[in-house]
Design a protein around this ligand. Sequence first.
Ligand code: PEP
Length: 251
Amino acid sequence: MKKLIAGNWKMNGSWAETRNLTENILKAIEAESGLADKCDFAIFPPYLYIGVAKEVLTEADSPLVYGAQDCALNGNGAYTGDVSAAMLRDFGCEYVILGHSERRQYHGETDDVVKKKAAMAHAEGLKTIICIGETESERAAGLEKRVVGTQLSGSMPESATIMNTVIAYEPVWAIGTGKTATPADVKDMHGFIREKLQERIEIAKNMRILYGGSMKPGNAAELLATPNVDGGLIGGASLDAGQFLAIAKAA
Ligand code: PEP
């Protein structure tokens, strides 16, 4: 399976910085022969700057695609401040990240909300990256598998297929903290997620499962070589074209 290397830029950057970063990543992928055959690449700028990425990524079969970090629960209508899945698709987005722990934590998003958003995104032809992961206290209490299992079954809609859905396991305590789950923990949890996916036998074997949480060039090779790790969802290190590409090369 080709690895997916995805950069979640969160609420960072400016118009000019987004243009530079998108151009630099694209150039670096194109300069590294064979890399695009081994990895798929996606970037997730803030909503307002998706248009900048769109302007840069004009090739019909660009090795770098773009998406959004969230979408609305509802279709177009009277929902002030929201951005619908239909609008994202219309704007050329291929993916949308849903259920990131920062959305769950700061915007109170529940599994049910994530599931409804994902169903809406699938209906509009978007691919979803559905994020799940336990907090530090849940892990300390030995509840990590129960939490992750519940999030997985609660957040993934019936419409999920191997073509339109990617799962990202992101232990909350590893996001932006510099703490990374050990390869043994990642192997264990990704194996558990793969097993849990057996409940939907048609998707179990080939659904991509990404790891996210302080992935950097220095730890990427080991994490990406771990069984059932089919790519990375990268926050901080994706804001630097050199680091983002180094992670891909490590894959
Ligand atoms: C993320 O927010 O999805 C993430 C993995 O962030 P970081 O790589 O900075 O830990």
